[in-house]
Design a protein around this ligand. Structure first.
Ligand SMILES: Cc1ncc(C[n+]2csc(CCOP(=O)(O)OP(=O)(O)O)c2C)c(N)n1
Ligand code: SF4
Ligand SMILES: [Mg+2]
Length: 333
């Protein structure tokens, strides 16, 4: 299947009043151990809230497994299970079979990190998608293997520092561009694939509700800023999510039964430096690398929105030193 993007005119502008229709009852509650400002926790909490009590959650090895439930404590109010890192697609397949056998109606959900989805879990994910299992697969993408100490994954953006892509004298940060996992899953011709951002909450709610109301394999790909991994201020996660969309680093779209549709288009592209300068993981980035990343984004913008970009100058903006994070997860708290 070729993703033939609808012309930019079909883009739907989200309003920001999505909270009103959402229940106040949480399924992921206080007592978890996420870092203050964790985008992962906010995203998992809101998805679980929208899915409601008739839900079972599987989480593989990831930050969420560490901060969400450490025996004998759990922040989940719904049934929760975890198993090995690479198994999300397989375990949720088995859970669905067990629920079907017992004639229990429930949302069967896997919530895996980018490492557990883009890399080590790709085979199980592909199998479940290809079989069109009746499950919701959520990828919580913080763009590296965070809970084991910030190693690069194939979701890590170009130029970013991680402990396995350090900023050295010769090579500075990650040299590869982010893998387009949502497009790869869409190629399995599954009923629903969508990209989400908590900064665009109406769009977020609508997509989770749509996934909940469908059957078959549904894939929700969520950008989730990470305080120590991205070296950001804990209060800046939502602003960074918004800038990711405004710069084209993240595109909000859905693919429903093979038809791709942009769900929110910023009016104009914002120079990527606006995004980079809020994050210590890009502190070292050279002007040449900024230009390379900006050119990639301009091509991506054209592909998704069918709109040419007059390349913004993108010279390095002055650093906002007060926003540079020193890597201490309690910095600023
Ligand atoms: C087979 C296997 N290899 C390695 C690990 C160690 N491990 C546990 S979690 C993790 C990183 C997970 O990264 P990601 O999926 O992106 O989730 P995040 O930590 O960022 O939440 C690794 C490498 C493991 N548990 N099992
Ligand atoms: S390391 Fe990152 S993803 Fe993990 S709990 Fe902290 S902020 Fe969240
Ligand atoms: Mg990760």
């Amino acid at each position: 299947m070729h993703l033939a993007w609808a012309k930019g005119g079909t883009a739907v502008k989200s309003s920001s009043t999505g909270l009103k229709g959402v229940t106040r009852e949480d399924m992921f509650v206080h007592g978890h151990g996420a870092c203050p400002g964790c985008g992962y926790a906010a995203t998992a909490k809101n998805i679980a809230k929208i899915l409601g009590p008739e839900t079972v959650i599987y989480v593989p090895a990831s930050c969420l497994v560490v901060f969400g439930a450490l025996y004998p404590i759990s922040a989940w109010k719904v049934p929760y299970i975890y198993s090995a890192f690479e198994n999300t697609g397989a375990v949720i397949t088995g859970l669905r079979a067990a629920y079907r056998h017992r004639d229990i109606k429930a949302n069967v959900v896997g919530m895996a990190g980018d490492g557990g989805t883009f890399d080590i879990g790709l085979q199980a994910l592909s199998g479940a998608a290809e079989r069109n299992e009746d499950v919701i697969y959520v990828c919580l993408d913080n763009e590296a293997y965070m809970n084991t100490g910030i190693q690069r994954s194939s979701a890590t953006p170009f130029g970013a520092w991680t402990t396995t892509t350090p900023a050295g004298a010769v090579i500075q940060g990650n040299r590869r561009f982010k893998k387009d996992i949502a497009a790869i899953v869409a190629q399995h011709e599954v009923p629903y694939v969508a990209t989400l951002s908590v900064a665009h909450f109406s769009d977020f709610v609508r997509k989770v509700e749509k996934a909940k109301g469908m059957s078959g394999f549904r894939f929700l790909h969520c950008l989730t800023p990470c305080v120590p991994g991205w070296r950001i201020e804990p209060s800046k996660g939502v602003s960074i999510n918004r800038l990711a969309v405004d710069t084209g680093m993240w595109t909000l779209y859905e693919v429903e039964n093979g038809a791709p549709r942009v769900t929110y288009k910023p009016r104009d592209i914002t120079p990527v430096t606006e995004y980079l300068q809020l994050q210590g993981r890009f502190r070292h980035i050279s002007e040449e690398d900024v230009r390379t990343l900006q050119s990639w984004l301009c091509r991506k913008w054209k592909a998704h929105y069918d709109e040419d970009v007059k390349e913004p100058p993108c010279v390095l903006a002055p650093r906002k030193a007060e926003l540079g994070h020193d890597g201490d997860p309690l910095h600023g708290v």
